[in-house]
Design a protein around this ligand. Structure first.
Ligand code: NAD
Length: 457
């Protein structure tokens, strides 16, 4: 029996030991899911919706307990933890409302002789391999529509968000989802790999581009549905007609919220030379205003780095940027205290020779680069292997949209950033992944289409 120890990243303390799965227990869960799935799919949609609605209500009733756990194991500042759980309730409301129109059979042609109809059947048994940074969001984007559409789910929470995963597990079962239909698999990457060895009908992975590519290599030859929601190096351009202070305040939040550990964190900022200095001053001022410290405090905005190895990535990006001539305006170092901490860090005078502007940072660190034109900004925004989100700040909608239409990104923002809507498809390009969650398309993703050709006798 393997034990997975859970540590609090804000203190370094071990807070729980959890029994992990192994290949045999994963196989047993997969077999039970396979056997149980047809009966789950055969239930009326209303019965599955009722379970998810009860789960939603449990999130509301238990938000304080759930938020405290999330803060303890991930280090997410407590108010941001509550926001995430409340946000999942909002997403569930969307799914409950949209599932019928997303997957009801659609008659696309009918005359006296022939009817043509599109149907949506569940995939069957799907693997949901999840990340820790927004475990409610990135898990819920998958398991909620998967369950609603009649699939069984083998859910592997991140090893850094295991207690949250078990909270979700217990509440789904208490809400009426059978244990065989939502089975949680506990462990790190090797357990995730064991899950991929099972004969699943779809793999929905959220995590780093590196692990996503390993998953794609393992799953590819099986020819099953594969979705990968991966990292980003999300750019924003602040044009010369933007209000530098308003843009700086918005982007400081977009870069530092969740301690910069969001897939759609702002990771690169390009500012027109005419307002560059005013923007940089306002940005540094806004970041200085963020309270860093104990994530259980109501007024904390920046918490610890969840995964200790990320500290080395951040230090490496700082050293590389400094060696190539960047100007360090704020931070730049680990904070020496128990747990894993890094100062909010702001650079100017950066360029694309620096890893800070090329590789996902996934921490409270940002580079600000001066540009001379919209065209230069666009070229730099697209100079990346990622393509998750991108934004433009300007009062001029036509100017913004002309740029945003040419950016390689799944989501584009005018005068906003770090924003996800359940009504809109969430997707990436390039190393940010393949497939779609959220929106009606992100419900249909858990179904396979059946083309019905019905000739009247
Ligand atoms: P990670 O890649 O380290 O792990 C993700 C999950 O994959 C974990 O559950 C892990 O145990 C599992 N895993 C690792 N190797 C595996 C393998 N070979 N086979 C099967 N499973 C394996 O990522 P993380 O640190 O948990 O999450 C952070 C990353 O996720 C960042 O890059 C972030 O940008 C990205 N992310 C993307 C989105 C999105 O919507 N695009 C959302 C959240 C996070």
């Amino acid at each position: 029996m393997t034990v997975l120890s859970v540590h609090n990243p804000a203190t370094g303390e071990r807070i729980a030991d959890v029994t992990a799965d192994d290949a045999a227990s994963v196989a047993a869960k997969a077999a039970r899911a396979r056997a149980a799935q047809p009966a789950w799919a055969a239930q009326p949609l209303g019965a599955r919706k009722a379970c998810i609605e009860r789960f939603r209500n449990a999130l509301e009733a238990d938000v304080e307990e759930l938020a405290q756990t999330l803060t303890a194991e991930v280090g997410k500042p407590i108010r941001q933890a509550r926001n995430e759980i409340d946000g999942l309730r909002g997403r569930i409301d969307f799914f409950l409302d949209a599932v019928e129109r997303a997957v009801s059979p659609e008659t696309v042609f009918a005359d006296a002789a022939m009817t043509e109809r599109i149907g949506h059947d569940p995939l069957g048994v799907v693997a949901n391999i999840s990340a820790w940074n927004y475990p409610y969001f990135v898990g819920g984007n998958v398991f909620v529509p998967a369950l609603l559409t009649g699939n069984a789910v083998l859910y592997k929470p991140s090893e850094y968000a295991t207690l949250t995963g078990l909270h979700i597990d217990r509440r789904l079962h208490a809400a009426g989802v059978p244990e065989a239909i939502f089975a949680t698999v506990v462990g790190a990457g090797a357990v995730g790999a064991a899950l991929l060895d099972q004969p699943v009908d779809g793999v929905f992975f959220t995590g780093s581009a590196a692990a996503g590519k390993r998953v794609a290599a393992a799953v590819g030859p099986r020819l099953v549905r594969l979705q990968l929601e991966l990292g980003g190096k999300d750019p924003t351009y602040v044009a010369d007609d933007a209000d530098p202070r308003a843009a700086a305040e918005s982007l400081a939040d977009g870069a530092m919220y969740n301690t910069g550990q969001s897939c759609c964190s702002v990771e690169r900022i390009y500012v027109h030379e005419r307002i560059h200095d005013a923007f940089v001053d306002a940005f540094v001022g806004a970041v200085r205003g963020f309270r860093i410290g104990d994530p259980t405090r109501e007024d904390t905005y920046i918490g610890p780095i969840t995964r200790a190895p990320q500290l080395e990535v951040l230090e490496g990006q700082v050293a590389d940027a400094l060696s190539r001539g960047a100007t360090l305006l704020l931070g730049g170092h680990r904070i020496e205290r128990a747990g894993h901490w890094f100062e909010p860090t702001v650079f100017s005078n950066v360029d694309h020779t620096m890893s800070l502007m090329r590789e996902e940072s996934f921490g409270p660190i940002i580079g600000i680069q001066k540009v001379a034109s919209d065209e230069q900004a666009l070229d730099l925004m697209n100079d990346t292997r990622y393509g998750l989100t991108a934004g433009v700040y300007t009062p001029d909608e036509a100017r913004a949209c002309a740029i945003l239409a040419r950016v390689n990104a799944g989501s584009v923002y005018w005068n906003c950033c770090d924003r996800v809507s359940p009504r809109l498809p969430w997707s990436g390009q390039g190393d940010s992944g393949v497939g779609v969650t959220l929106s009606t398309y992100g419900i249909q993703a858990f179904t396979r289409m059946r083309a019905w050709h019905l000739r009247t006798p």
